[in-house]
Design a protein around this ligand. Sequence first.
Ligand code: SF4
Length: 207
Amino acid sequence: MTNKDKINLILDFVDSLFPDAKCELFYNRDYELAIAVMLSAQTTDKAVNLVTKPLFSTHNSLKSLDEMSLEEIEESIKSIGLYKNKANNIKGITHKLLTDFSGVLPSDKDLLQTLPGIGNKSAGVIRCEIFKIPDLPVDTHIIRITNRLGIAKSSDSPLDIELKLKRLIPKERWIKTHHQLIHFGRYFCTAKKPRCEACKLRDICKN
Ligand code: SF4
């Protein structure tokens, strides 16, 4: 079976399971999503939402967030991993947006990656979610799934996997597929207890 055949099976299955998959990070404003995406590194979206909901409602403008002291930010996000580093990144993001971008979140991928804590994957997520620019950022769930299903090799980097998926999937399906694969990894093909008995991809799975 070719990778194209495999991907078609995968897309059909995730489509049947999660037809309406979407971003689960809480935000009301575009820069809030950028901050939430940065905070979500090595942390669940659920844990991020628990800290961002009160933070964004108490500090509901870029300026208000920027005026917080580092200590205040640390205190408000201390329940998530790497919070000291991430607090620094929040300060860096708000400051850079206000000073270099007149308070406007850029849509350009390279410019987004000049924001502290925002790399290729995070920039892709922001572009998909805020600007609806087709992209297919690869997170830990997508790495695991594509390895299990033989689309990726263990030696592939996230960027290798992103490029492979982009070659196999029509551009107009990139954003939807990104969300559906993450849902598949989060709720079905989980790291520890995948639901293999109910999975229609068993025949192509190497797990
Ligand atoms: S068979 Fe199991 S491990 Fe393989 S894709 Fe399905 S749920 Fe995941």
